[in-house]
Design a protein around this ligand. Sequence first.
Ligand code: SAH
Length: 250
Amino acid sequence: MSGRLDVVGLGPGREGLVTPEASAVLAAADALYGYGPYLDRVPPREGQARHPSDNRVELDRARAALVAAGAARVAMVSGGDPGVFAMAAAVCEAVEQGPAAWRAIEIVIHPGITAMLALAARVGAPLGHDFCAISLSDNLKPWPLVERRLAAAAQVGFAMALYNPISRARPWQLGAGLDVLRAHLPGETPVIFGRAVAREDEEIRVTTLAEADPAGADMATCILIGTAETRVIPRPGLPPLVYTPRRAPA
Ligand code: SAH
């Protein structure tokens, strides 16, 4: 078996933020796999098969796409970037665990604009110095590890992007995570909630760590946590500009 599987990042939402390369690959595919709402963002084409799946079955979805990749042009879609808490790693995992023939399949990952970068761009440059990205989901890792990573990142002065902040099955994790951060960072540290960034129902709110309210987040929210150096510049008639200076103090 040979074949090819394209793993495509759709960006955060707006069509203009889909790369031309991603659009071309999607237009040429015979079959598309992915989480249903992401597939709905791809313009329909006659004759193209669509295989939507639930967002909890990534490995099964990756295997199904790898099976199909031998016989047709198959593309797997991800929101944002496929390598950030998304399908590219699931595809690699399926290849590692799967039949030897899958190692002959060409895997081409097409990057996309990930949520934290789309959100950062909307408010200034909050990730303008060193930063990290942490998923608050404890579906695939133990919660105490999330808390250790949050504390370590805060202690060394990383700005942070928090993905998967909350869901119906994980109602308390964001509040607990913010409490960990409050133990290590000043209350006035800027915090940015970005919901549905680059979509029609986008909502962006700049607040502080002391005042950050977990109720302001849902599954479509990315949260940026600044550092002790992050600045908020008020502007008359315009939203504030938030940035983390490129120089950190000694
Ligand atoms: N691969 C995606 C992330 C998948 S994890 C990417 O690179 O963006 C899913 C999480 O991503 C959500 O819980 C949310 O935290 C974040 N997210 C994805 N799209 C978003 C958007 N348009 N606005 C805000 N957050 C988003």
